[in-house]
Design a protein around this ligand. Structure first.
Ligand code: GUN
Length: 310
């Protein structure tokens, strides 16, 4: 990413290339994995658990396993029948918790209705919880103990892009997080707070969101509503981070065709923002890269060496 918004002379936003940054992170994970192996004889291990045969989940899980192998990790995929019992899944999680060659455990969501998602996520050893969903990790993040926490991958990816865009110091910036989910909105707000941003969290009951948005230096949109954030909501000089991945009909591409759009109307916002992440090619590739980063972090901590740096 290049270009200081203060000196740009065009009216078009810098497009933040999450794919390139994600590849850079993965290359760094691979190099630091090699260094860990040389120094401590430890190979990071990632176990991904898929229950059932949801086609989208199958693709996500395969991508995670392929990326883990590209990082030089030990990679395990456990594909279980949709009718497996909750007790059997808890048993599997228990075995992975006890396996010293596994440093990261990811149970792909959603789980079938007969399985209590919360119970399963809480059964994962927090030190191996590379999704960062366990209440221990939520608590560590919210108390600012980032050196101990595992942080959810999507907000961690947004955070890293913002740091690269603005440099190390985000302090004092006005940041708006649109969406209050446990997976993105809340941890994103915590990360921005830990950077001493002034943070506002907007949601479905927020009044006059467009005006609120216009006063911000940073807008992170994570609501899952296609193109909800219009271009003129983004103030000049602001950075828009678009977490949404929404599939919408695209009759212009042919009958029955679809395309992906974010929560921000990209075509409009590109004429307003200083910088913006596209969809696809923005936050999506960062999420999987941060999963690899979290797995390496968990392995380094288990080996008693310093956290990797990104
Ligand atoms: N399903 C969709 N996104 C995710 C994710 O980030 N983690 C897990 N475990 N399941 C998901």
């Amino acid at each position: 990413m290049t270009g200081d918004p203060a000196t740009r002379d065009d009216a078009s936003a810098e497009i933040i290339d999450g794919k390139a940054v994600g590849e850079d992170i993965v290359a760094s994970v691979r190099a630091q994995t090699e260094a860990l192996r040389a120094a401590s004889n430890v190979t990071p291990g990632l176990a991904v658990v898929l229950v059932g045969a949801d086609p989208a989940s199958q693709v996500y899980v395969r991508n995670k396993s392929v990326k883990a192998e590209a990082c030089g990790f030990k990679s395990e995929q456990h594909t279980m029948p949709a009718d497996m019992s909750e007790a059997d899944l808890l048993d599997l999680v228990g075995r992975l918790n006890a396996d010293p060659s596994i440093h990261g455990i990811l149970v792909q969501l959603p789980l079938p209705d007969h399985i209590d998602e919360t119970r399963v996520l809480r059964a994962i050893d927090p030190r191996k919880d590379v999704d960062g969903f366990h209440p221990i990790n939520v608590g560590l993040l919210s108390t600012g103990a980032l050196e101990e926490a595992l942080v959810p991958c999507t907000p961690a990816g947004c955070h890293l892009l913002l740091k690269r865009r603005f440099g190390a110091d985000l302090s004092g910036r006005n940041a708006l997080v649109i969406g209050r989910s446990n997976i993105v909105g809340k941890p994103m707000a915590q990360l921005l707070l830990s950077e001493s941003c002034t943070v506002t969290v907007a949601h479905s009951r927020t009044r006059d969101l467009p005006a609120l948005c216009r006063s911000m230096d940073i807008v992170v949109a994570a609501v899952g509503r296609p193109e909800m954030v219009r271009g003129d909501w983004i103030g000049p000089g602001a950075v828009a981070i678009d977490v949404g991945i929404n599939r919408i009909d695209a009759p212009e591409k042919g009958p029955g065709k679809a395309r992906l759009v974010g929560d921000v109307c990209f075509d409009e916002a590109v004429g307003h923002a200083a910088a913006i992440t596209p969809v696809p090619g923005g936050i999506g590739p960062m999420t999987i890269a941060m999963l690899m980063a979290n797995t390496l972090t968990a392995a380094c901590r288990a080996a008693g060496v310093d956290d990797p740096r990104f």
